[in-house]
Design a protein around this ligand. Structure first.
Ligand code: PHE
Length: 459
């Protein structure tokens, strides 16, 4: 597709909001507390912050660079920028780098499959809060409701499929009207309601213990596994390592300042994850919910917090509405990776590509949802299909994809081209951008490789 025909975001704000929309989602509000709870609380938080700064932000910029330079999808961008370098096997010639893009598209598909399980729950919980299922209930009943809902034979599946349809409909509408407009209005609202929740949670009796768990580090808890989990979480939360930001980067206009956009998004993402922790841990401790409660943590703690508030019904309803929307802006970006690749590589229409992508996701996604039923055969070893998809993507595919992306930008692309993107052809100050290039070329790949390889060797 030619440069002219491609859509771009309408404004820098649109870019920041759409990228923030992709980044902010269940990764922050659901997955981050789960991971922090299982990996020692504050110890995890510290490693996470280091990872987001040292690896996450530079990788975000590396993806933007590839996307804007090539104006192409996750697969086509590598083909365009890598030039020759084809290898041939049995007369069949192909170049290696686009495989990184295919890996990303596959990863986006697998993430979307299990992500829509929890996305469906948020939709179900929106319905439950509208029907006032939580007022006046005690912890045992709220926990029971979560178990009943997630193991119901068809309800979570219907919610998941509805969510997928919603995602596909927005993606069909395209970049500016669908993705950008939706994100711009709703992201700021989410932040406001989270601050209100945060204040409430901090004033619950027993909140101190939760705060200590989340902020007072026990350094002996930092193990190799914790570091790998923090790396995976930072990739997941910032939507990096799978080409989602290559795809969004390809819609960035030539005049936008990518560095300040990436910094803004990374800060907002971190802020929302930390806020989620500040809401969930004090409340969990005060109600006697274990921090390692996993899936149930967000879905039982939050309704309990709302219970304690005046106007709880109203706040609960708005919160789940916003959570659905934050989740939707993330599923949109995941489906967009697949759709951009299908439309440009296989020349499918946008509508058809969105349908094919959503239908394929539904098949795997339903298995992930069904694996939550007690006694379900959808287990491999001790893990559910859901956990397997989560771990395979966040702990393996995303770090590998991220490593290959920084290697591509740091070592395969020309330095002058990368700097031209980072500085808008010299219009922006080069100082800090040179350090970013240095991190992309040396520090990020070494950090990812060391963490990843050492974890593999220790198994
Ligand atoms: N970053 C999103 C979240 O935190 C999930 C996501 C991962 C979206 C990868 C796109 C790509 O919820």
């Amino acid at each position: 597709m030619s440069d002219k025909k491609r859509e771009t975001f309408g404004s820098k704000l649109g870019l920041v909001m759409a990228t923030a929309g992709s980044a902010l989602g269940l990764g922050n509000i659901y997955r981050f507390p789960c991971e922090a709870g299982a990996n020692g609380g504050a110890a995890f938080l510290i490693v996470y912050l280091v990872m987001a700064l040292l690896v996450g932000m530079p990788l975000m910029l590396a993806e933007f660079t590839i996307g804007r330079r090539s104006r192409s999808n996750a697969v086509g961008s590598f083909r365009k920028l890598s030039g020759e370098g084809k290898i041939s096997i049995f007369n069949f010639q192909f170049s290696i780098w686009p495989l990184v893009g295919y890996l990303g598209v596959l990863c986006a598909f697998l993430i979307l499959a299990f992500y829509t399980t929890v996305a469906g729950w948020t939709l179900g919980y929106l319905g439950k809060s509208a029907a006032d299922h939580f007022s006046g209930q005690d912890l045992a009943s709220i926990q029971q409701q979560f178990g009943d809902f997630t193991s119901h034979p068809w309800l979570p599946i219907v919610c998941q499929l509805a969510f997928l349809v919603l995602t596909a409909v927005v993606v069909m509408r395209g970049v500016k009207d669908g993705i950008e407009r939706c994100s711009k209005i709703l992201m700021p609202m989410l932040l406001v309601i989270m601050v209100v929740l945060c204040i409430k949670s901090l004033t619950l009796s027993g909140a101190g213990e939760g705060l200590r768990f989340f902020f007072k580090p026990d350094f002996s808890k930092i193990t190799g596994r914790v570091i790998l989990s923090a790396l995976g979480q930072s990739f997941f939360s910032l939507s990096i390592g799978i080409g989602a930001l290559i795809t969004y980067g390809s819609y960035i206009s030539r005049k936008d300042n990518m560095v300040s956009s990436a910094v803004g998004v990374a800060l907002a993402d971190t802020l929302v994850a930390v806020l989620a922790g500040v809401i969930i841990f004090p409340a969990a401790f005060s109600f006697g919910i274990k921090p390692e409660a996993g899936a149930a943590l967000a879905f039982t703690t939050l309704p309990m917090v709302f219970q304690q508030m005046t106007g709880g019904y109203f706040f609960c309803l708005i919160f789940f509405l916003l959570l659905v929307i934050a989740t939707l802006t993330s599923t949109i970006s995941l489906l967009e990776v697949i759709v951009a690749a299908l439309t440009e590589e296989l020349r499918l229409s946008r509508t058809k590509a969105a349908r094919v992508g959503a239908a394929a996701t539904a098949v795997v996604g339903v298995l992930a949802t069904m694996s939550f039923r007690p006694g379900s055969p959808l287990h491999i070893g001790a893990s559910t299909v859901f956990d397997l998809l989560d771990h395979a993507t966040a702990l393996y595919m995303m770090p590998i994809g991220g490593l290959l992306i920084v290697l591509f930008v740091g070592w395969k692309m020309k330095r002058a081209d990368v700097m031209a993107e980072l500085t808008n052809d010299g219009a922006l100050h080069a100082g800090i951008r040179k350090s970013i290039y240095f991190i992309i070329r040396y520090i990020a790949p070494v950090a990812i490789a060391v963490i990843f390889v050492s974890q593999m060797l220790m198994r």
